[in-house]
Design a protein around this ligand. Structure first.
Ligand SMILES: Cc1cc2nc3c(=O)[nH]c(=O)nc-3n(C[C@H](O)[C@H](O)[C@H](O)COP(=O)(O)O)c2cc1C
Length: 169
């Protein structure tokens, strides 16, 4: 089963998080691939049973580029696919969770089936979607601290997609 992770990233943090999610998907028997919004394999996205979408927090909002991309994403046939969201930020309270909420809102508008695992999967508990804080300004933080959350999220997302849609491609 194909699953995609779609991201906007300017300095590499969100790209790294997307790759961890895709690797988590692959470790759960799915074909997970990560694409930036600039280099999207549209055929792979159309064939995917699920899409996880993420970006950095910019002023506690999704990036303008992701918003613009989402406005034209209806053509990708996202309706009915499993949907998830993630974000990165440089402050612990830098708005990443709000970014996740707004991406999930857009996914619901497309008719996607949104999934985070929430508290149903035990630890690590991921409420709405994984958010990672990089080490730009907080000395105690680094994106690698959140690697497990991104990987586990990818695994759980793939397991749910396989449960819902079966293992056929
Ligand atoms: C224009 C701009 C606005 C930003 N606003 C926030 C913010 O509100 N909160 C925050 O924690 N980080 C903010 N950041 C930092 C980024 O969210 C953070 O470094 C992120 O991991 C960058 O992702 P990327 O490396 O994938 O581009 C901002 C960065 C830029 C360039």
């Amino acid at each position: 089963m194909k699953l995609c992770v779609i991201y906007d990233s300017k300095t590499g943090n969100t790209r790294q998080a997307a790759e961890w999610i895709a690797e988590g998907m692959c470790s759960a028997d799915a074909e997970g691939r990560a694409f930036s919004i600039e280099e999207l394999d549209e055929e792979f996205v159309r064939e995917s049973k699920g899409a996880v979408i993420g970006c950095p927090s910019y002023a506690a909002m999704m990036t303008p580029d992701l918003r613009t991309w989402l406005m034209s994403a209806g053509k990708l046939g996202l309706a009915g696919k499993l949907g998830g969201a993630f974000a990165t930020e440089q402050y612990t309270h830098g708005g990443g969770e709000g970014v996740v909420r707004s991406i999930l809102g857009a996914e619901l508008v497309f008719g996607m089936l949104c999934y985070s695992g929430g508290g149903s999967c035990g630890r690590p508990i991921i409420h709405l979607g994984p958010v990672g804080v990089n080490g730009n300004v907080e000395p105690h933080n680094r994106l690698e601290n959140y690697e497990e959350n991104f990987r586990v999220f990818g695994q759980r997302f793939a397991a749910k997609a396989l449960e819902l849609f079966g293992s056929r491609p």
